[in-house]
Design a protein around this ligand. Structure first.
Ligand SMILES: Cc1cc2nc3c(=O)[nH]c(=O)nc-3n(C[C@H](O)[C@H](O)[C@H](O)COP(=O)(O)OP(=O)(O)OC[C@H]3O[C@@H](n4cnc5c(N)ncnc54)[C@H](O)[C@@H]3O)c2cc1C
Length: 338
């Protein structure tokens, strides 16, 4: 545990992989905790397939995981840089800031590592709708891309499709209105899934729902119907003692998020009500030298390219601090040697 890394990157999705690449290209001694099968499975990175809102991504099958693999392969293939990088294929489970400002990171095997800076890139996950108490029924359709979570990435899929949002909050209603304004799908619906709509007091939203003829369906979703090709076709909705079917081909759950902020909480970083970490423009949290990039950072677009940019800004800021330390040391050594 005596070895001290310049930079520890936690998470290796969109933000983490770019953080690692920038750190080694900046010639910094870097350690990355890539996460485990379990963290990968519950990460957004895993769910991203066809990306059409970014150049060079169109032909990718799994845009983020493929680009992450490429980053590590490239580093592995370049000895100068690979010598800079230690890879831990595990979760980081604990982060502690020691009295001298160094961070101690403990992985799932109870191994401990020291680093001057931390870049936390553990991301978030979208909350799934429950159908008869389980999220399982939605997953095959999320996997297939009939159920989507990111308007900026997949909003265009509603073109010529019977479309819906799922949720009872104002966000679900505003997103339905936005999708109508942008793409005018043949039908736009909001599925409340048995909950009370919370926009009753919002005159503008109510007017838009009326003017745009958005259908609000209050009943609980009981099941999802598909055709032989397994394309989503309809939701079965509870209707008193029986049920009705409501057609829907593309749906966007708008139910909030789960933020993977546990490690930020451990070091006492400030967190918003939604669970994102509050940072300055370079991504430094309220804890000095503890940075956050990607979806977990507050107030940014949840996108691959913004995650990349955030990671670069943060690592460059760490680099500026490390170079300042280097500069001061070089000057003082020059004085001593005079
Ligand atoms: C269905 C879907 C489609 C999308 N499509 C697009 C698109 O077309 N274009 C676009 O720009 N964006 C898209 N996005 C958004 C994009 O996926 C995110 O913005 C991006 O993945 C955020 O990067 P991140 O690094 O913050 O998190 P992620 O990429 O999710 O990476 C988080 C990483 O942290 C790891 N991790 C978690 N906890 C730990 C731990 N304790 N220790 C170590 N590692 C840990 C995980 O294993 C994972 O590797 C989409 C999102 C979804 C859900």
């Amino acid at each position: 545990m005596t070895e001290k890394y310049d930079i520890a990157v936690i998470g290796a999705g969109a933000a983490g992989s770019m953080g690692v690449l920038r750190a080694v290209l900046n010639n910094k001694k870097t350690i990355v905790f890539k996460g485990s099968r379990a963290t990968n499975r519950r990460s957004r990175a895993m769910w991203v397939k066809k990306v059409v809102n970014m150049p060079l991504m169109f032909d990718r099958k799994r845009a983020i995981t493929e680009s992450v693999d490429e980053v590590f392969e490239w580093i592995d293939g370049h000895e100068y840089f690979s010598e800079k990088l230690t890879t831990i294929s595990e979760e980081a489970n604990k982060v502690e800031k020691l009295a001298d400002g160094t961070f101690k990171i403990t992985d799932a095997n109870e191994e401990e590592y020291l680093a001057k800076f931390v870049l936390l890139c553990t991301g978030i996950m979208d909350t799934q709708p429950e159908i008869q108490g389980s999220i399982k029924p939605i997953l095959p359709f999320a996997n297939k891309g009939d159920v989507d979570y990111c308007i900026r990435c997949d909003g265009h899929k509603v073109i010529n499709k019977i479309s819906a949002t799922i949720g009872h909050t104002k966000t679900a209603a505003w997103v339905a209105a936005l999708l109508h304004e942008r793409y005018s799908p043949p039908e736009m619906k909001i599925f409340l899934n048995g909950k009370e709509a919370d926009w009753k007091d919002d005159a503008e939203l109510n007017e838009l729902i009326r003017v745009y003829k958005i259908k609000v369906i209050p009943g609980e979703i009981l099941s999802i119907k598909a055709n032989e090709q397994r394309d989503m076709q309809a939701f079965e909705i509870k209707d008193g003692e029986s049920s009705i079917e409501e057609s829907v081909e593309v749906a966007f759950p708008m139910l909030g998020q789960i933020a993977y902020n546990e490690l930020a909480k451990q070091v006492g970083a400030e967190i918003t009500d939604r669970g994102n970490v509050v940072t300055n423009e370079k991504g430094q949290s309220s804890v000095e030298n503890f940075y956050v990039a990607g979806d977990l950072r507050q107030g940014k677009k949840y996108q691959i390219y913004t995650s990349w940019d955030m990671a670069v800004d943060s690592v460059d800021d760490m680099d500026a601090k490390l170079r300042k330390e280097y500069r001061e040391q070089a000057k003082s050594e020059a004085l001593t040697n005079k």
